[in-house]
Write a protein that binds this ligand. Structure first.
Ligand code: GDP
Ligand code: MG
Length: 419
């Protein structure tokens, strides 16, 4: 176990190391067992072993959480404590600089700073729980994901909606998840340019995703940035993502409402929109419904309205709608927001929204575990040693990929549990 924690050297596993003196917890062998159920781990949401804590009571779990955190805090040096206090105080007193600095902390790749970020997040989460209690148990912020092909008009839409909302007294934060940033350094979306007014608004906070790292890393930090924005008093959190790769599915798993924006363009441009993502949408918005584009916008609206009727429903009580707006003329924007509020109120009153959030917490935890475990697996000495030869055999067709994977997992789990 010591070896496991040591080689891991990443957040999560050092926390687990702190926990090892407190039974019962997830151990390396539990994780290895989880790993051996390969298909589940790779399938993400269908992970068979849910890492439950057998025999635990609620109080027991609370004790463990507190013990883990206090153990963590004991390890903090004086300057680290001062830094965390400064960030936390600044954050809950709604200082933008503290929010920006806190997000930088959660985005770091530095192992120690990652741990500090988790301590800060725990404190902010506790603060948010208190706020929710004061709010009668209801969420303090509304999280909305906005996705669509490049050029669909997402940023222009956020600029107009954002300004309308700050004008009504809301505090709006905008987080951008840019999957292209992982490979190209951020070409698709690195534009604050369409949000010129919003970026000058003192009641708005705009933050692009970091320009390096894996999609898993970027989505982790987005999830954590949402918590920080809420802690800093932003009651509306908009998450913009380009409909490329898996990022839109990741965003759909971190928001209360997922909105798909579609431009009034012809077949080719819409080909890239995946059926799966239309199923995830709680609302479809046809953008740029102005001037010559009104006619094609109406046609697309009709097409999507009939397409939605054939798709699997995501919610028991909410029927996804297709609306038309123009960020240029402002037409349909206020009505659209009214629909989004009605969604929030309906889903919240039925408890479905809270249920979705609970499920998302679990998805989030598992994506962290996957990110960490995969990294550990790839860096494991036994795996590194066996990998080149087995990869060669698989590509030559000497052995099946399934057998190679089993052999690698065996090498990994046997040396993990013996260490
Ligand atoms: N006619 C019209 N053009 C728009 C509208 N909204 C955005 N655009 C244009 O569409 C292009 C892409 O907009 P942008 O907001 O950057 O799209 P994003 O890539 O989805 O964020 C820009 O040239 C905008 O000026 C609109 O409501 N009407
Ligand atoms: Mg954009």
């Amino acid at each position: 176990m010591t070896h496991f924690c040591h080689t891991m050297g990443r957040f999560g596993f050092s926390l687990l190391c702190h926990l090892t003196s407190l039974p019962p917890v997830i151990t390396a062998s539990t994780l290895s067992r989880t790993w051996s159920r390969r298909s589940g781990v790779l399938a993400g949401s269908h992970v068979p072993c849910q890492g439950s804590f057998p025999g635990q009571t609620w109080q027991h779990r609370t004790v463990i959480t507190q013990a883990a955190l206090s153990q963590h805090i004991q390890d903090l040096s004086e300057p680290e404590k001062r830094l965390l206090n400064k960030l936390y105080d600044g954050l809950i007193h709604r200082q933008r600089a503290s929010l920006a600095e806190s997000i930088t902390l959660v985005e770091t790749q530095h192992p120690r700073k990652k741990e500090l970020a988790q301590v800060l997040l725990q404190r902010v989460l506790a603060h948010r729980r208190d706020q929710e209690k004061l709010n009668g148990g209801k969420p303090v912020a509304f999280r909305v994901g906005l996705s669509g092909p490049p050029g669909a008009g997402k940023s222009s839409f956020i600029e107009v909606v954002g300004k309308m909302l700050t004008g009504r007294g809301h505090k709006v934060s905008v987080l951008a998840v840019d999957p292209s940033s992982c490979t190209t350094g951020g070409s698709l979306m690195g534009d604050k340019t369409r949000m010129t007014e919003l970026s000058r608004d003192m009641n708005a906070f705009i933050r692009p995703s970091p320009t390096s790292g894996t999609l898993g890393g970027v989505t982790r930090t987005t999830n954590e940035a949402i918590v920080l924005c809420e802690g800093a008093g932003y009651d509306i959190v908009l998450v913009e993502t380009v409909g490329v790769g898996q990022s839109e599915f990741a965003v759909a798993d971190m928001v209360d409402m997922f909105v798909l924006l579609i431009p009034p363009a012809g077949g080719d441009e819409l080909q890239g929109i995946k059926r799966g993502i239309i199923e995830m949408a709680d609302l479809v918005v046809v953008t740029k419904s102005d001037g010559d584009l009104v006619v094609p916008a109406r046609r697309i609206q009709a097409e999507y309205t009939s397409a939605l009727k054939l798709l699997r429903k995501k919610s028991k009580i909410w029927k996804p709608k297709v609306v038309r707006v123009s960020s240029q003329t402002g037409e349909g924007i206020a009505e659209l927001w009214a629909k989004m509020e009605s969604y929030r109120d309906t889903m919240s009153a039925s408890g479905e929204l809270q249920g979705r959030r609970r499920a998302q917490q679990k998805v989030w935890m598992w994506s962290l575990i996957q990110e960490n475990v995969l990294c550990h697996f790839q860096n494991h000495p036994a795996v590194r040693e066996a990998l080149p030869q087995l990869e060669g055999k698989v590509t030559r067709g000497d052995i099946s990929p399934g057998l190679a994977a089993d052999l690698l997992l065996k090498a990994f789990s046997s040396s993990s549990s013996s260490s």
